[in-house]
Design a protein around this ligand. Structure first.
Ligand SMILES: Cc1cc2nc3c(=O)[nH]c(=O)nc-3n(C[C@H](O)[C@H](O)[C@H](O)COP(=O)(O)OP(=O)(O)OC[C@H]3O[C@@H](n4cnc5c(N)ncnc54)[C@H](O)[C@@H]3O)c2cc1C
Length: 472
């Protein structure tokens, strides 16, 4: 999405096709929601360069898009002797990556900053620019501006084949054919499959599942920073992080699988998270968990980020291996991809559009969240828009107006999950037990469809599957 957003600044005709029912991406909506500094990225790689350069872009980007972003900082915790021995190496790696603002913490200081951390802690690092974001809103907000700037989106539109005739491409999808001079393959887990349509078969992508628990706000944990373990060989390890909306995430696991559809959670994975995170924070308690989810990292073999063009297929760009840091790197990946277009000889002429640097910030106005207002502001808002006076989600204090706005925006929500991601209705403690009764009716009314056609997440995921009783 970041690439489409960036491309929409130029006088180009851009079409995005996605097999999913909404614009949030796939891995992009099931991750740890952290904007990394790149301190632990593999040095001298495209990944480290893009992540390190992208981190400072977020202050402006999030103001531009009017989405929440917080520089909470992270505390990395060494609990065992072996972990303590790795701290100098982690510092060296960070310096090699050009991340110099991280600081050694003696055990006493770690516990002062985060009192719930185990008394067994030996030392730690403070990394102030590690930050948190709402990854759903990031992608949705970029999509809204891209659409305003003329980008066309086709949802539930799966690419089945791509044909290159030596001059242009025909992308064959489940909704018809798209002809273009350029094709950008940013299909995450399926980048191998898409490149394969054009005869590229020098890499494979497999899923590495990451499961999470979501801890309710009512736990009132006094945890202010992202708490990181010492990273393992294959992942950043299991962490605990505050979310931008006031609850906490713990996870993820790192399970290498072969089936790209296995984004379910498992008993073993979820138990493993609790027992590993307890080693950092013994007070973590399963009773505070309100839900779980899992995401699939696209693991490329051979590894690493690849943003490449092909001499024999001019006009084709492949973005693959964007595995564990793609939310962070996205704005830099987008600019880097535009450079590739320039190198191909595509003229990139800035357009006088909604989204230009000269536009006063923000260029997008987010939906006003009722829960974030004081009583006076709430009363004024209800005066102007009475639908703000009807709470439909009690846990997250979401009003009918917010739900209606999320449906009416472009690209708007078409289903329950789309509303959840835009305004959080259904993401709280009861997980939709209350608002699940109201939101389908609002969706049916606003989309002008029968109630039994309302879905959870598009396709055949109908919320109701028939009548049981009728009262006259
Ligand atoms: C457990 C976990 C934790 C993570 N934590 C973080 C973090 O804290 N910070 C961070 O920066 N990054 C994190 N990441 C990594 C980040 O989420 C990914 O790198 C990023 O989301 C990749 O974005 P993408 O757009 O390349 O892929 P995706 O979001 O997967 O998007 C790919 C899109 O391609 C579409 N597609 C696929 N095949 C087809 C087809 N045939 N036709 C049409 N469309 C198709 C999909 O529907 C999807 O919308 C994490 C990832 C996981 C899984």
């Amino acid at each position: 999405m970041a690439v489409a957003y960036e491309l929409s600044r130029y006088e180009l005709s851009v079409t995005v096709v996605d097999r999913l029912n909404d614009v949030g991406g796939d891995a992009s909506r099931s991750n740890s929601a952290i904007i990394h500094t790149g301190f632990d990225a593999p040095p001298s790689t495209l990944e480290s360069s893009l992540v390190v350069h992208a981190n400072p872009m977020f202050d402006r980007l999030c103001r531009e898009l009017d989405i929440p972003f917080r520089r909470t900082g992270a505390v990395l915790v060494a609990v065992t002797e072996e972990e303590e021995e790795e701290i100098p190496e982690i510092l060296d790696k960070a310096h090699e990556n050009g991340v110099f603002d991280l600081y050694y913490l003696p055990a006493r200081k770690v516990r002062e900053m985060e009192p719930l951390i185990t008394p067994k802690v030996r030392c730690g690092l403070y990394i102030p620019r590690e930050s948190i974001i709402d990854p759903f809103l990031l992608v949705i907000a970029m999509a809204e501006i891209a659409v305003k700037n003329g980008v066309e989106f086709y949802r539930e539109c799966e690419v089945k084949n791509i044909v290159y005739n030596g001059r242009s491409f025909t992308t064959e999808t489940t909704k018809g054919k798209v002809k273009s001079k350029i094709v950008i393959n940013a299909a995450g887990l399926n980048t191998d499959k898409i490149s394969n349509f054009l005869g590229i078969d020098d890499f494979k992508v497999t899923p590495r599942r990451g499961q999470f628990h979501v801890i309710d706000r009512s736990a009132e944990l006094p945890i202010r920073h992202i708490i990181l373990p010492v990273p393992t060989k294959i992942s950043k390890g299991k962490l605990i992080t505050p979310t931008i909306h006031g609850n906490w995430l713990i996870g993820p696991t790192a399970e290498d699988l072969s089936d790209k559809s296995l984004s379910n959670t498992t008993r073993n994975g979820l138990d493993e998270i609790i027992s590993d995170v307890k080693k950092l924070i013994p007070a973590i308690d399963k009773n505070y968990v309100i839900t779980q989810y899992a995401g699939l990292r696209p693991v490329r073999e051979p590894g690493g980020y690849h943003i490449r063009t092909f001499k024999n297929i001019p006009g084709f760009i492949e973005l693959s291996g964007i595995r564990s840091t793609g939310i962070t790197s996205s704005p830099a990946v987008a600019v880097f991809t535009c450079r590739k277009l320039k190198e191909m000889g595509i003229p990139l002429k800035h357009r006088e559009a909604v989204c230009t640097v000269s536009t006063p910030l923000p260029i997008r106005k987010g939906i006003v969240m009722f829960r974030e207002l004081n009583n006076l502001e709430r009363a004024e808002l209800i005066e102007r828009d009475p639908l703000y006076g009807r709470i439909v989600c009690r846990c997250e204090t979401v009003t009918e107006s917010e739900v209606v706005q999320s449906i009416k925006r472009n690209p708007g929500a078409h289903d329950l999950d789309g509303i959840k991601r835009r305004v959080r209705a259904g993401l709280g403690r009861c997980q939709g037990g209350f608002c699940g009764m109201h939101i389908p009716k609002i969706l049916a009314r606003e989309l002008n469809i029968p109630l039994n056609r309302v879905t959870k997440k598009g396709g055949g995921s109908f919320f109701l599957n028939g009548e049981t009783k009728r009262f006259e």
